[in-house]
Design a protein around this ligand. Sequence first.
Ligand code: CO
Length: 214
Amino acid sequence: MPTDEYRQVLQNNRDWVARTMEEDPSFFETLAAGQSPDFLYIGCADSRVPANTIMGLRPGSVFVHRNVGNLVVNTDANAQAVIQYAVEHLHVRHVIVCGHYGCGAAHAATEHADHGLLHGWLGEIRDVYRFHQDELEALPDEEARHRRLIELNVWEQCANVIKTSALQRHYEEFGFPSVHGWVYDLSDGLIKDLAIPFEALREEVQRLHHVGPG
Ligand code: CO
């Protein structure tokens, strides 16, 4: 027997369709004809960080990939397929990796506990900690370390996006997309742009991981 909450979301959907059609009768017809989003957003699966809502964008504007901890792992066929499709076929102008303070994945990664299947996945965040151990352990308290780990994780995941052959090839040919790192603050709803030096990072990655000749 479906619960009231379950029935309610289907009713919400019908209400939303009615409101949307009232504002723009051709809304669904236009979207059904195709998508041409400017943004690829890679974020955490956390229910409090919905991509379109925080960006103020309507359907059709952002291609989205979310997982636990906003990770870009080179053996994750899902994330890699999303990046390739968004870059090579949709020709997005910007790729955004968005983490968030208060991320349970980052907390769990730094706990001394076995999280089962999740343990291996969170190992990616433990690697970020290990790469930046000196900086993190010089911070005064747990909260400061957590916040900085979130930022450094976003930074490293941006580097992982830049390492993909799709990004490198497309950028060399067309001069886009650029890659941006964000942290969303649950406590005030604001996005902090980490101002990741995309060009410098791209050049650094290119020296180590360049996919083309020379
Ligand atoms: Co999270």
